[in-house]
Structure formats: C-alpha cells, structure tokens
Design a protein around this ligand. Structure first.
Ligand SMILES: Nc1ncnc2c1ncn2[C@@H]1O[C@H](COP(=O)(O)OP(=O)(O)OP(=O)(O)O)[C@@H](O)[C@H]1O
Length: 302
C-alpha cells in the first residue's frame, strides 16, 4: 500500500490554478523527489500532504488518513523539516530537540538522534553558533524527533557547500535505510539523480513526467551527446539528417551531436562512409538535468 496518495489535486488562488490535477503515490521506504521550476506548485502540493492546505478538489491520504480531517494523527506520522527562521537563535541543540519532542506521543530519544546525525558533541551549542551543515543536521533531527514514517525535506541542501551537500545526502540515505520514507523537494538535479528512487517533475501546477531518474533520462529526446574533432571537412546538414539526431553544434572545430542511442551508430556510420575520422571522440549520456530541461517549460511563473 502506498504511504502517500495524491489523487487529482486541484488548488487555485485568486482564480489561478496553482495545482491543476496532480496525482502521484509514494511507496513506503522510497526517496521520492519533487522537481520543478519556481512557482510550479511543489510546495503547495507538499503542504496539502502535511494538512496545511485544504484541496479545492481531489484527495490526499497519508497512511490512509486525511491530513486535514485527521490532522493530529497525520502529524504523528509525518515529520516536516523546519525553516531556519522558526528556531530561536539562543536555543541549544538539546533544548530544541526536547522542545520538539514534547509535541509528539512517541518521540525518539533526542540524544541518540543527535549522536546518529553527528551532533552528539554539539548538544549544548546554541543554534546561532552552528555551521550551515550542522543547522541542516539539526533540522533533519527535528523532522525525525517524532519517529515519523514519512519525512518531508523541502530544499534541504540549498545554501550548503558541495561537501556539506554530499554529507547531507549520506544522511538522507541513512534515514531511508532506517525505514523512513523520504519526500524530497529539490532544485538540484544531481541531488535528485543520486538520491531519489523516483522523481516527479512539476511544471505550471501539473506533473510533466514521473519515473525513476533513469526512465526520465531515457524519455529525453537527447539521451546521448557524441562529440569529436572531424579529421576533415564535414557538412553539419549531413549529420542533422541522420536518424535519431536532435541537434548539431560546432564550437572551435569540435562537433557535438545530440540525439537518441540510434544516432551514435548513424553518425559513426556516416563518418566511416565519408572517410572522416572522429578524433578525440567522446560519448556522454544525458543527465537528469538534460531530461528536466527537455521536459519542462523553464520559464519561471513566480
Ligand atoms: N497562499 C497563497 N496565496 C496566493 N498565491 C499563492 C499562495 N501560495 C502559493 N501561491 C502561488 O502559487 C504558485 C505556486 O507556489 P509554490 O510555492 O507551490 O511553488 P513552488 O513550486 O514550491 O516554487 P519554489 O520553487 O519557488 O518554491 C506561486 O505562483 C505562488 O505565488
């Protein structure tokens, strides 16, 4: 049974559809990613799962419960990452964990959680004295303090340096491995590709694509980029005419051909027939970033 079910969700503000018929399911034990440009309706959808918004139409269920009607019960099941501004600067890590533990019927042991998240030696440190990465660890700890079955992490690694981001990814994987389902809202494609079991790409209030990162990359029209220095003159129009080729770019004598897997064989076959050698040949697979740009209208609506 899915732990989260969103079915035909609609939400409008001032007559404008912000969430326009969104449906998806999150399976227990997975890391589910939500991606999309600013204003795509990601946070609004997630706030419906947390019971902070009431759908205009459609249904949302968390472990079979209605987040609005059964708000108290859903709060016990769902941990939400807090925004930085919601913490008192003078609170210590221990005080913050105790304070938030008091909201739940079956809280985790704050000291054990702090230890697990690498904050064991920071228990008496005030919030303002923590580094960006330590603050993020504390937010994850606070999201987990109620022993939730699902944890919602919204733009968790924004503002972190590459090292801090990678450390946080490992933490999120540990959280998933401990049996907690993770809903991750992110703008970072690399993060989604590395972490998420499945991803939904939102755009203008709708889901444009949903699947594993590999499936979404496979759906992208330009799944492969073949680039090389041709040993002799080469007409780009001949390359463009090959089956599976999406685009051809030439920069400083290097030719880059984007296309489907089929295009590799077609391009290499053409070069062989023309007697042109592909020097310094590189074949790169598309990333989730390429798939995202392909699948979304990247204009911001907010
Ligand atoms: N309470 C509200 N009243 C009016 N408009 C709202 C309200 N909440 C959200 N919106 C609008 O709904 C749209 C979607 O917002 P939402 O925060 O869900 O987008 P998002 O995909 O999370 O964007 P971002 O990546 O910028 O966080 C935005 O245009 C926003 O201005």
């Amino acid at each position: 049974m899915p732990i989260v079910e969103v079915n035909n969700l609609h939400k409008s503000y001032g007559g404008r559809a912000v969430v326009d018929g969104v449906s998806f399911e999150i399976h227990e034990g997975e890391i589910f990613g939500i991606l999309g440009p600013n204003g795509a309706g990601k946070t609004t959808s997630v706030e419906h799962i947390s019971g902070l918004r009431k759908p205009d139409e459609g249904t949302v269920r968390v472990a079979g419960l209605d987040p609005v009607r059964d708000h108290r019960a859903v709060t016990e099941l769902l941990g939400t990452q807090l925004q930085q501004s919601e913490l008192q600067p003078k609170l210590t890590v221990r005080e913050a964990l105790r304070l938030y533990a008091a909201f739940y019927a079956r809280p985790a042991d704050g000291d054990v959680l702090a230890e697990r998240l690498g904050l064991g030696r920071m228990l008496d440190t005030r919030f303002t004295k923590l580094s960006g990465g330590q603050k993020q660890r504390l937010f994850i700890a606070l999201a987990l303090i109620g022993s939730p079955r699902v944890v919602v992490l919204d733009e968790l690694t924004t503002g972190l340096d590459p090292r801090g981001r990678r450390d946080t990814w490992e933490l999120i994987e540990e959280v998933r491995d401990s049996g907690v389902t993770v809903l991750l809202v992110t703008h970072f494609m690399e993060e989604a590709q590395r972490l998420c079991d499945r991803v939904a790409i939102f755009d203008s209030g709708r889901i444009r694509a949903l699947g594993t990162p590999a499936q979404l990359i496979g759906q992208s029209s330009a799944a492969i980029v073949v680039s090389f220095h041709p040993s002799g003159p080469l007409d780009p129009a001949l390359l463009e005419a090959q089956p599976g080729v999406v685009s051809v770019h030439t920069a400083r004598e290097r030719v880059a051909v984007e296309g489907s897997e089929e295009s590799i064989h077609a391009v290499l076959g053409l070069l062989a027939r023309l007697g042109v050698t592909a020097e310094r040949l590189r074949i790169a697979e598309a990333t989730l970033d390429d798939a995202y740009l392909d699948l979304t209208d990247t204009r911001s609506t907010s």
